[in-house]
Write a protein that binds this ligand. Structure first.
Ligand SMILES: Nc1ncnc2c1ncn2[C@@H]1O[C@H](COP(=O)(O)OP(=O)(O)OP(=O)(O)O)[C@@H](O)[C@H]1O
Ligand SMILES: [Mg+2]
Length: 269
């Protein structure tokens, strides 16, 4: 077990939100990820870094219930039930978690948005999925979230395909955060964006994480993003975690030769 985490106000939180042990996944004979273990505590941002093909997306897909792990366990602190083995949940119980407790921000916004419905509907349907029925309230919430992610109100009835890549990414974030999830999975949330758009999005994410007290598992190959957002880091190579620790420790004083290579300028493209 990891030690309890001390928060700024001095409170100690010793029940993890997510507890992962010995998690492995193979695509046929191809290794996806192997023997991954960690605990994620409420309010914590865990960054997963590593080169292309190191198993980051595979791990995230297992954690968020989209791939069934080949071996190992994932326990999630379900409201009212405590730590619960995800493998024991039915399809419908898992779907409830996905649309109420969790947010999943995909690397490609198209995968995380419904391209055939308006921006407002993309946000509103997440609220309707958890029981909202009042049209005026749903529309007001959609407008509020469009403003938070700096999308002009007059775009509310437009389809996402008329949006730029950066706007689509921000819409995806609004859609995923509107129902105040406890846990958000993000796969390269700033990937493929201009540097200036990236910087604004990072600011936004940082603000939302602290304002909403989100717990986040953040996949990125961008160490600057990891430095800015993540409290702790796991470094992956060839499907395995080769180093983990507090973000500043890992980035400023990496111990594993691969982490040293990663933080040296050689691999920072
Ligand atoms: N659908 C699939 N079928 C077969 N092998 C796969 C599949 N998806 C991923 N893999 C393999 O699993 C390993 C891990 O891939 P994964 O996509 O998890 O890496 P990643 O760290 O997310 O990479 P990237 O930074 O490029 O997104 C790689 O060897 C990859 O080729
Ligand atoms: Mg990936």
């Amino acid at each position: 077990m990891m030690p309890a985490v001390a928060f700024a106000d001095g409170a100690l939180e010793d029940t993890p939100l997510l507890s992962v042990r010995g998690l492995s996944y193979h695509y046929g004979r191809q290794l996806g990820c192997r023997d991954v273990s960690f605990d994620l505590y409420p309010g914590e941002v865990l960054g997963i870094v590593g080169e292309s093909g190191s198993g980051k997306t595979t791990l995230l897909s297992c954690l968020s219930g989209r791939l069934p792990p080949g071996s190992g366990s994932i326990h999630y602190d379900m409201a009212g039930h405590g730590l619960t083995d995800l493998a024991g949940l039915s399809e419908s119980e898992l779907r409830v978690l996905m649309r109420s407790d969790w947010g999943i921000v995909h690397q490609t916004p198209r995968d995380g948005l419904r391209m055939g419905v308006s921006a407002g509907a993309n946000i509103g349907e997440r609220l309707m999925a958890i029981g909202a029925r009042h049209y005026g309230e749903i529309r007001a919430a959609a407008l509020d979230w469009l403003a938070r992610v700096e999308i002009p109100a007059n775009r509310i009835d437009h389809l996402p395909q008329s949006f730029s890549g950066g706007m689509q990414q921000r819409l995806q974030i609004a859609r995923n955060l509107v129902n105040k999830p406890r846990l958000v999975f993000m796969d390269e949330p700033t990937g493929g964006l201009d540097v200036s758009v990236q910087a604004k999005l990072l600011d936004l994410l940082r603000g939302l994480v602290s304002e909403l007290g989100l717990s986040v598992v953040l996949v990125t190959h961008d160490l600057a993003v990891a430095r800015l957002l993540a409290h702790r880091l796991m470094v992956m190579k060839s499907g395995e975690v080769v180093e983990s620790g507090l973000t500043d420790q890992v980035l400023d004083d990496p111990h594993h030769p691969y982490s040293q290579l990663l933080v040296s300028s050689v691999l920072q493209v």
